[in-house]
Ligand binder design. Structure first.
Ligand code: 5GP
Ligand code: ZN
Length: 140
């Protein structure tokens, strides 16, 4: 547990939250700011700074719960789709340094949450096969 971490305090019940699910390892709570109705955060109870440093087995448990939450958002909230979002580090918009997965139900395409992926491949004249090789070498 990180004594300064708000999600550790939530997992430890020192701070109240609206709990959707919990077991020994994983907790799912409603995000305090609801991007759309039902916006849920799934996280390990134990502190890990971000997605990149979570042990494989625990990641599996978190993603299993994330999938179940997504299914419930569709079946009981009537969502027509779901966005799964993980921010890693400040550069990617992570504000709370305790790994969590956003499960954001979607009802109407342009309401509540938007992410725009831009295509910069042309202007930078990228060599995609070479880039793939570079990344491949970095895989562990
Ligand atoms: P991030 O930007 O790190 O991916 O997402 C952090 C999320 O945590 C934000 O969507 C924010 O609304 C949510 N959040 C911040 N503080 C609290 C809190 O005290 N309780 C709950 N339930 N959510 C929080
Ligand atoms: Zn924490």
């Amino acid at each position: 547990m990180d004594k300064d971490c708000i999600f550790c305090k939530i997992a430890n019940k020192e701070i109240p939250s609206s709990i959707v699910y919990e077991d020994d390892d994983v907790i799912a709570i409603l995000d305090i700011s609801q991007a759309t109705i039902g916006h849920t955060l799934v996280m390990p109870k134990k502190h890990y700074d971000n997605f990149l440093c979570v042990p494989h087995e625990l990641m599996h448990k978190v993603m299993d719960v994330a999938q179940r939450i997504g299914m419930a958002e569709v079946s009981v909230l009537g969502a027509k789709g779901v966005n799964i979002l993980i921010n890693v580090n400040e550069a990617a918009g992570q504000t709370i340094k305790h790994f969590h997965v956003h499960i954001i139900p979607r009802y109407i395409a342009d309401k509540g949450f938007q992410i725009t992926l831009q295509d910069h491949s042309k202007e930078k004249d990228l060599n995609l096969p070479m880039l793939a090789q570079t990344l491949k070498k970095g895989l562990k």
